[in-house]
Design a protein around this ligand. Structure first.
Ligand SMILES: Nc1ncnc2c1ncn2[C@@H]1O[C@H](COP(=O)(O)OP(=O)(O)OP(=O)(O)O)[C@@H](O)[C@H]1O
Ligand SMILES: [Mg+2]
Ligand SMILES: [Zn+2]
Length: 277
């Protein structure tokens, strides 16, 4: 059945102050949104994610959800993105994908999801010093997307090439004021000698840019992946409390750092993190 508003032309008549014009029809924006959603590279595992099915059972998760909602509502007039940090399974990627999906669907914007390590792998695989165009073919949409989600920042192995590439991506988006949402397991503590700190992983210049580009939001909660099949919010709260008891997020940082120094263990991230992954 053709669209009753525009007869499938994508343009519908509008009248403002007695002047007749045409404007883009909602059906056109929806179709564009569907197309851009299919092109957004969202992994199958996260395609179900939405703001509505995100369980916010404590203050930090409520705050993260509120920030996510604000970004969605304000888009495209958003001055700062988000950096969601926290332990494995608290829902960082879920929330980032939910924002990405909602913005694409509502506005038809170009959005893109990349796991940071995957992105670097893809760029590297196309890297050919004699023809830099292939590298740019991957990089261009990443630098130009209206909204980019860079998942698991800091998990990549560092090298000069990685630093250069990441700086190029982040710097371009920073200069163009494009919206970016990052997630990370690493803690934003000012200790550049602690291998668990974001600063240690990404360096001082990148961290400084990120602080200007993004609101840093710490998410504290249970590992949702440990939730039994028929589990509910009460179980999440219990799991979260058990996790806190084993090592409270903030208070535990110094203790953890000390434990690490004592044990000489270097690649532990958050407690229970996928060490060295
Ligand atoms: N608060 C939540 N409400 C609903 N689903 C959640 C919530 N937290 C996590 N999940 C679900 O649990 C799974 C793991 O969450 P997610 O991948 O977002 O965690 P993460 O914080 O990104 O973890 P990691 O640090 O390991 O990447 C996903 O399927 C996600 O949809
Ligand atoms: Mg994640
Ligand atoms: Zn229409």
């Amino acid at each position: 059945m053709p669209c009753p508003l525009c007869d499938d032309t994508g343009w519908r008549p509008v009248e403002t102050d007695g002047v007749r014009r045409v404007a883009r029809c909602d059906c056109w924006r929806q179709q564009l949104g569907q197309q851009h959603l299919a092109d957004a590279n969202i992994p199958k595992r996260y395609q179900h994610c939405s703001l509505e099915n995100f369980a916010a059972y404590n203050e930090s998760l409520e705050k993260a959800l509120a920030h996510a909602r604000r970004v969605v509502t304000a888009f495209p007039v958003v001055t700062r993105g988000l950096l969601l940090e926290g332990q494995p399974g608290v829902g960082k990627t879920h929330l980032a994908v939910a924002v990405l999906k909602q913005i694409i669907q509502a506005s038809g914007a170009r959005g893109l999801f990349y796991d940071t390590r995957d992105l670097l792998r893809v760029i590297r695989s196309t890297y050919d010093p004699s023809i830099r165009t292939t590298e740019l073919e991957i990089l261009r949409p990443v630098m130009q997307a209206d909204l980019l989600v860079l998942d698991d920042l800091g998990a990549e192995k560092t090298s000069e090439w990685v630093d250069e590439t990441m700086n190029l991506i982040v710097n371009t988006r920073y200069n163009e004021r494009r919206l970016t949402i990052f997630t990370s397991n690493y803690m934003d503590i000012p200790d550049d000698t602690d291998p668990n700190s974001l600063l240690f992983r990404i360096g001082i210049r990148m961290r400084s840019r990120l602080h200007e580009m993004c609101e840093f939001i710490e998410m504290d909660g249970a590992d949702y992946r440990e939730l039994p099949v028929n589990g509910g919010v009460d179980d999440l709260i219990t799991l979260w409390k058990m996790r806190r008891k084993s090592l409270p997020a903030r208070a535990g940082r110094q203790v953890r750092a000390q434990l690490r120094r004592q044990s000489g263990q270097l690649d532990l991230k958050w407690p229970g993190g996928r060490a060295g992954s």
